[in-house]
Design a binder for this molecule. Structure first.
Ligand SMILES: [Zn+2]
Ligand SMILES: [Zn+2]
Length: 398
């Protein structure tokens, strides 16, 4: 079968590789109908992780079950499913408590496993014609309809970006009436916009500098803030001071709360340095969040920070050590949550919102390309602009 194989920094190739087989009686083999390129794939693509050449990429996988092992009870060949990017067992101490992002069984090296990702275990990715799904009963999410129907683009978002964007709003405890600042209008940031709306936020700000991404955020109901046009925190303060809610000073003491109740980092360690847009500053977003979040506010960090970054801006960053204003965050009493989303905790509810016509995450998808176009797709998506908000590869396309 054909699969997207990483050769080294800025180089992927579509190669013929061995088809996956059932290895355990609890496995399923999935025939992919849609498989997405993720912003976190770009970190590997660019050589900014400990990924080994030869890795088959792809952790956002939707398709139809081709074959199941003899112990799989709830799924059969022909069923349409999407699988969380986290691979989890369903029975370990963390899985049973809903922390499927920290499964203790599926990765011999650490508490976390995923398809086709650096350090995330021995699993091949799904940017391929087929992928092996371990513990299929637990990992597969049943879907209605048939491949290629009007839900195809919405359902692929259930593998990662929709639950991850939602998780950001859960960590930041976004609730009715809250004001929210989301850093990053990539796919996950846009999913946090949709999720903040679903949870009843009154004002949603989105900080980015790519015009297409900002206009997508505006389309979804957010207020776009372009950080290439000045300090985004000052822009949000200024907007809030004139907004219907913030401008009327309806809350006693509101002059000491010029920012937002909730902030979400959907950027991570490859953040652009605002003082020099040609450089990176891995703590730029955390610095901005420490200023824009009101005292007693809540922060969700879902943008990726890695412990090993060969391309880090300095020796500390190469080891995952970042400097950010913890003192200010402490004195403001901020609550901070972070990490990989436990997709399984959310995906059945988010699927039901899609099926009930109350959420349309697939509207952010900009490109559908055959698997063979992966080398160009990675190069183009890697520029993080030019209209490429989200790319879906179609492995079954001729
Ligand atoms: Zn992803
Ligand atoms: Zn587990």
């Amino acid at each position: 079968m054909r699969a997207v194989v990483w050769k080294g920094p800025h180089s992927v190739e579509v190669q013929d590789v061995k088809e996956p087989q059932i290895q355990e009686d609890t496995d399923a083999i999935l025939k992919l109908t849609s498989t997405a390129i993720c912003g976190s794939d770009l970190h590997m693509y660019e050589g900014r992780t400990s990924a080994k050449p030869g890795t088959v990429f792809g952790h956002e996988n939707l398709g139809v079950i081709e074959e199941v092992g003899k112990d799989v009870k709830t799924f059969k060949a022909g069923d349409r499913v999407v699988v969380p990017f986290n691979i989890s067992c369903g029975f370990c101490f963390n899985c049973t408590r809903g922390y499927t992002s920290a499964c203790l069984v599926t990765n011999p090296e650490m508490a976390s496993a995923a398809y086709g990702y650096a350090d995330m275990g021995p699993y091949k990715g799904g940017q391929a014609e087929y992928v092996r799904v371990p513990y299929a009963d637990f990992n597969c999410l049943a879907l209605p309809g048939t491949p290629g129907d009007s839900f195809e683009d919405d359902f692929i978002c259930l593998a990662d970006i929709f639950p991850t964007g939602y998780y950001g709003t859960d960590l930041a405890q976004v609730g009715p009436g809250d004001t929210v600042a989301i850093f990053g209008a990539g796919p996950v940031g846009l999913m946090s916009v949709i999720s903040s709306s679903l949870r009843g936020a009154s004002e949603i700000y989105v900080v980015d500098k790519v015009p297409e991404r900002l206009s997508k955020a505006a389309e979804l109901g957010a207020i776009p803030i372009d950080f290439s046009k000045g300090d985004p925190v000052e822009q949000i303060f200024s907007h809030r001071s004139q907004s219907k809610v913030g401008g009327q000073k309806l809350r006693p003491g509101s002059e000491k709360m010029p920012g937002v109740d909730c902030a979400i980092d959907a950027v991570g360690y490859e953040a652009i340095d605002r003082s020099d847009l040609s450089r990176q500053n891995p703590s730029q977003v955390l610095q901005d969040i420490s200023r824009v979040t009101n005292p007693t506010g809540r922060v969700g960090i879902v943008g990726v920070y890695l412990a090993q970054d060969p391309g880090g801006v300095n020796d500390e960053a190469k080891q995952g050590n970042f400097t950010f204003p913890l003192g200010k965050m402490f004195s403001n009493g901020l609550s901070i949550g972070m990490g990989q989303a436990p997709v399984k905790r959310y995906n059945s509810y988010l699927r039901d919102l899609i099926v009930a016509n109350k959420a349309h995450p697939g509207t952010i998808i900009s490109h559908h390309l055959p698997l063979d176009a992966a080398p160009e797709a990675y190069a183009d998506f890697g520029k993080r602009g030019d209209g490429y908000t989200k790319i879906i590869l179609k492995p079954q396309a001729a």
